[in-house]
Structures are given as C-alpha cells and as structure tokens.
Write a new protein. Structure first.
Length: 149
C-alpha cells in the first residue's frame, strides 16, 4: 500500500515524505542535490543507496550530534558518492538534522569549496585508524585540498 501512495504522491507532484530509518531517525532526500540545481553538490547514488549511507553512519555513531558524516562503503571500500557543483568527485557525505520534528537530510560534502563541509578531526582520525582513509587523505580533507580515492 505504501508503494502505491508514493507513486501517487509523485504523480500528484507532492514532495516525498520522510522515511523512518530506525526509531528516532527519519530521513528525507532533497531533490536539489539530485536535479542539477546550480551551486549544489549532486548525489550519484540512488536514493536507496543514499539512505543506506545515512543508516551506516547512524549505526557507526557518526551522526550525533548534528551534523553527521558518512561514507559509501560497498565491499568495505570507500567509493565516490557524488560530485561537486563544478564536477569533482566526492566521497564524504554530510547529514544535517532539522528541529522539531527531527528529520535528517544529506548531501555530498565539498570540503574544497566549504570549510563547513570538513568532518571533525576526531572523526577523520577514526576513519584513518580503521583504514577507511589514508593519512594523506585525512590531511588533504582537513586543509581543504583536492583529495581523491
């Protein structure tokens, strides 16, 4: 029944509703990070994969407090998840929670363009210690420099 409602919502032009990922965690994909909106980074993942990155960040305790951060890790290897507004590949996601009611949304974080899109040092150190990123990648992200996988 819910699938039919979603299809009907899309046909009627209604915005997608937040989805419950887990108790206390609702997520809503934002179309401006999917439709080529000028000045916005764009997801290259499906909405299902985007929610999966969010849920993995939730499970790994990378979300609280807001903002949270995520990595797309198919086969336990970090992979690109989107692109910057000028076409550079991005592999870090930023997740932000609204207030009352709390609904999360996310976007590919462009650490080169926006200092606010740089994850905290403590989290980058955790990613480095767990082998998700290299020391060089951690340093480049922190400095807002070009960084590839």
């Amino acid at each position: 029944m819910r699938i039919m409602l979603k299809i009907d919502d899309l046909r009627m032009g209604l915005p997608p509703q937040p989805q419950t990922i887990a108790t206390g965690f609702r997520y809503k994909a934002h179309s401006d990070h999917r439709n080529g909106t000028s000045g916005k980074s764009q997801w290259s993942l499906s909405e299902e994969e985007e929610r999966s990155v969010f849920n993995a960040a939730r499970v790994r305790n990378w979300l609280l407090p807001s903002p949270g951060w995520g990595l797309h890790t198919p086969n336990n290897l970090v992979a690109y998840l989107g692109s910057s507004c000028d076409g550079r590949s991005i592999f870090v996601a930023k997740f932000v929670a609204s207030h009352a009611p709390m609904v999360w949304y996310g976007y590919p974080a462009d650490h080169q363009r926006n200092r606010g899109d740089i994850p905290p040092l403590k989290l980058l150190q955790e990613w480095e210690a767990s082998g998700l990123i290299s020391p060089s990648q951690k340093r480049k992200i922190l400095r807002g420099q070009p960084c590839s996988l």
